[in-house]
Each structure stands twice: as structure tokens, then as C-alpha cells.
Design a protein around this ligand. Structure first.
Ligand code: ATP
Length: 462
């Protein structure tokens, strides 16, 4: 990929007066990032502003300098670009390319997990990015979905080089000094490689370990090594203790198993194992044109639920039983209008007899039942409570704790996937729920009915 050597790092010294500062787009521990527009060109940038006093007080000078040094070396479409730096008495300014679509992590949260074409695509972009980064003698050391931003075209823009290591020795083995971070390891607990934990040595392939964690997470919804405390996570990493959930793609599993290898010199993609060419020719990446991937259009990120043994695919399309239509909806609505007296009676009864009453803020429960709330390929048992208001509360039935609510709005839309599974689409997230009794259509009907009651009339008036 010939992407090196652009001309946009101009030698002209900028000042804050060259930019109009707009909204805050993010806050880091030592910085605030603003959306800004260059006055002359109207080009939008993300400007990271660092308070000098704060940096000195927190002893983060080395961290900030390293980030700048690395960014200045990079010129590739899959990395955030540093265009200008300048300072005034109190602050440092980094003028960066603006990743308009935010963090990859948000998309994982929104969609729970990616389908196979998207996992393949986005991790292929990471592979192309790492090949370039390592060719420059740089190890990222903190690769994770939070540090992978997305630009307007939905291509990745890797950022956060505060923990990066620039190697003089291109072989890639060097003492990794303890970074300026608060913890005694470099990186984030869930993605940190075993060699960084045990020998404090960073290898290029430490980034390939993180890649393995990301492939696993995009496919399944959660990172492979999880635990309540960092210590538990570290234990699992050093023992290579993780499992593939039901429904994980076989070819993706093979790739993950070749990346999550304890010995850093045995990981697919490291020099000892044949380098990036071997990684790029893994069957998972069949059909990917790594040379031109940055010029191609990424596949759309759409809600997807992989088939698992408890969630068979495609039976819905054969479902012919007369069920829910406009006529049935009207029928249900006219049946279910609740008078004030009736509400009072039912609420009194609910108070006395329903142990979930305490979670629903005195709202009348219209439907309740156990569901499995899915995150990617993982599921948790919850009591789902649809109430007047409207609200959709979900409670951990074992610990009797309210875990949250699915936010209601006019945009909320339920959708049956099959007998068992239904989606509740909201603007920020799609919730994946499985009815244990295989009556997902009843949930969809009831939620639609409530929607109609609260928002339907408004639409009719438009
Ligand atoms: P820390 O310094 O604590 O590790 P961080 O690396 O997230 O945090 P910043 O790099 O200052 O801190 O970024 C703060 C937030 O701003 C991030 O959440 C990120 O999503 C957003 N952000 C940073 N750079 C850009 C950019 N170039 N385009 C769009 N958003 C950005």
C-alpha cells in the first residue's frame, strides 16, 4: 500500500486563532478533544488540548511526547493523522484528523456483536494497519476497540499512542519500561498480552495478541478474558483460560487460536511464523484485498444475531400460524384499555403479590417474563417487565437487582427474529432478547400494542 509521504504536515506554525473551536468531542485523562474548523480552509479537525500544568503535575510528559513522536512518524489511512502542533503558555495543541463516527467500541455496544463479514472486514483493516505500524518499528501496546476510531467512510483510524514503543531494534524485542500509567503494566487489562504481564517484555506480536482478542470480541460481543478484577483477568490470560461460545464461526475460531498463543514467537503474523503474509492468507481473510482495502467500501454494520443451537435461524420464515396483524392489533388494543378503577385494583394486587413490583416505580405491569438478554453470543437471564409509562425494566432475578431499562421513544421498534428471539431496536442500540417459552411473538405484539397506545395516535395525526 503506497500511502506514505503526504504533504499535509506543512511547516507553517499555526496558532489557536487559526481555528474556530466547536463542541467537545471527548475527554481523556489528560486532555480535552474539540471539534474545530480551520478558518482559511474550513477543514474540520479534532484538536486535542493538553494543559501543561496538569501534564507536569501528573508526570505525563513522557507519555505526551511519545504520542506526538509516534503520530509524527505515521502517514497511513488507518491511523489518526497529526497535522499540526503548537502551544501557548498554558496549553499544548495537537491538530488531528477528525474521526467523525467515534469509537469502534460504541458500535460493539450498539450491535452486541458483528456479523462475520464485518468482523472479517474490520479486523482485516487492523491487520493492514499493524503491518504498516510494525514496518515503522512501532508497537502500539494498547490496541483495543476504544482506541480504534472510525472516519466518515467508516474506515478505522487507530489512535492513542501514549503507551506505544518505538524500537530501534526492528526485530522487536526490547525491555518494556513501565509506562507512565497508574497500573504496573502497559495497556488495558483485557487485551494485554501474557509476555507483558510475566516478563514485561513487549514484542511486535503483543499487538497480534490484542488483535486475537478483538476478533473474538467482534464475533461474540465480549472480550475472551473476563473477570471482576484485573487480577482475575491476568490469571486467565497467563493460563490461556478462555472458551468459545456456542455459535462462534469455525474459521474465526481457528484464527483466534493461532493469535492467542502464549509464546509471542508462535503467533500467526509474527516474523518467526512467516510474518504478515501468513496472517493475511488465513482462510478467514479469503477474498480481502489488503492492498486496496482502504479504498473500498466497508460492509454495512447491521444488527445481527448468529445462529446458535438454542437460537435456530430461519424458522420464522416458515411460520404460517395466523398471528398478529392490524386487525389483531386493534382487537388487542380495544380489549386492553384499562379504566382508572381497574388500574387501582390491579396495582393494589400487584403490590401485594408481585415481588417485582418494587422495581417498577409503581407503574402497572402489562407483561412480564423471563428472557435471556443477549450480548453477542453471551446471554444473561433477566425478568423483563413491560409497564405503563411506558417502561421496559430488566431485573437480575437471582440477585434481585434492577439492571436497567430499555429506553422508550417513538423510534423504539420490536421485531421477532424467530419463535424464541426478538429484537427491540432503539436509536442507540438493538437489544437481543430470547423468550424462554418460545413465545417471542407475544412480546412483540404486546410491545407494539403499548407503542400504539403511546405513540400511534401522534403518527396518525401527521
Ligand atoms: P486517556 O488519555 O485517558 O487514555 P484517551 O486516549 O481516550 O484517554 P484522548 O486521546 O484525549 O484520550 O481522547 C478523548 C476522547 O476523544 C476519546 O474518547 C476519543 O473517542 C475522542 N477522540 C480523540 N481523538 C479523536 C479524533 N481524532 N477524532 C474523534 N474523536 C477523537
Amino acid at each position: 500500500m503506497s500511502v506514505d509521504g503526504g504533504d499535509s504536515k506543512k511547516n507553517v506554525k499555526k496558532t489557536p486563532n487559526d481555528f474556530i473551536f466547536g463542541k467537545v468531542i471527548g475527554e481523556g485523562s489528560y486532555s480535552t478533544v474539540y471539534l474545530a474548523k480551520e478558518v482559511d480552509s474550513s477543514t474540520e479537525y479534532a484538536i486535542k488540548v493538553l494543559e501543561k500544568r496538569h501534564i507536569m503535575r501528573e508526570r505525563k510528559t513522557q507519555y505526551v511526547m511519545r504520542e506526538k513522536e509516534v503520530l509524527m512518524k505515521l502517514n497511513h489511512p488507518f491511523f489518526i493523522r497529526l497535522f499540526f502542533t503548537f502551544q501557548d503558555t498554558d496549553r499544548l495543541y495537537f491538530v488531528l484528523s477528525y474521526a467523525r463516527r467515534g469509537e469502534l467500541l460504541d458500535y460493539i455496544h450498539r450491535l452486541s456483536s458483528f456479523d462475520e463479514p464485518c468482523t472479517k472486514w474490520y479486523t482485516a483493516e487492523i491487520v493492514a494497519a499493524l503491518e504498516y505500524l510494525h514496518s515503522k518499528g512501532i508497537i502500539h501496546r494498547d490496541l483495543k476497540p476504544e482506541n480504534i476510531l472510525l472516519n466518515d467512510e467508516m474506515h478505522i483510524q487507530i489512535t492513542d499512542f501514549g503507551s506505544a514503543k518505538i524500537l530501534k531494534d526492528v526485530k522487536g524485542e526490547e525491555e518494556a519500561p513501565v509506562s507512565g500509567r497508574t497500573t504496573s503494566f502497559v495497556g488495558t487489562a483485557q487485551y494485554v498480552s501474557p509476555e507483558i504481564l510475566t516478563s514485561k517484555k513487549a514484542y511486535y506480536s503483543s499487538d497480534l495478541w490484542a488483535l486475537g482478542c478483538i476478533v473474538y470480541q467482534l464475533m461474540s460481543g465480549l472480550p475472551p478474558f473476563r473477570g471482576g478484577h484485573e487480577y482475575q483477568i491476568f490469571q486467565k490470560i497467563t493460563k490461556l483460560e478462555y472458551e468459545f461460545p456456542d455459535g462462534f464461526s469455525v474459521v474465526a475460531q481457528d484464527l483466534v487460536e493461532k493469535l492467542l498463543v502464549l509464546d509471542p514467537e508462535q503467533r500467526l503474523g509474527c516474523e518467526e511464523m512467516g510474518g504478515f503474509e501468513k496472517l493475511k492468507s488465513h482462510p478467514f481473510y479469503e477474498g480481502i484485498d489488503f492492498e486496496h482495502i482502504h479504498e473500498q467500501k466497508p460492509p454495512p454494520l447491521i444488527p445481527f444475531l448468529p445462529a446458535t443451537s438454542t437460537n435456530p435461524e430461519n424458522i420464522w420464515s416458515n411460520y404460517r400460524q395466523p398471528g398478529f396483524d392490524d386487525a389483531r392489533m386493534v382487537e388487542i388494543i380495544t380489549q386492553t384499555v384499562i379504566t382508572d378503577d381497574e388500574r387501582k385494583k390491579r396495582l393494589d394486587d400487584q403490590k401485594q403479590t408481585n415481588k417485582y413490583h418494587k422495581f417498577v416505580e409503581n407503574n402497572l405491569i402489562l407483561k412480564q417474563g423471563f428472557v435471556d438478554k443477549r450480548k453477542g453470543l453471551f446471554a444473561r437471564k433477566r425478568m423483563l417487565l413491560l409497564t405503563e409509562g411506558p417502561h421496559l425494566y430488566y431485573v437480575d432475578p437471582v440477585n434481585q437487582v434492577l439492571k436497567g431499562q430499555i429506553p422508550w421513544s417513538e423510534e423504539l421498534r420490536p421485531e421477532a427474529k424467530n419463535f424464541k428471539t426478538f429484537f427491540v431496536h432503539t436509536p442507540n442500540r438493538t437489544y437481543y432478547l430470547e423468550d424462554r417459552e418460545s413465545r417471542s411473538e407475544e412480546w412483540v405484539a404486546k410491545i407494539s400494542e403499548v407503542w400504539q397506545q403511546y405513540f400511534g395516535n401522534r403518527n396518525n395525526k401527521k
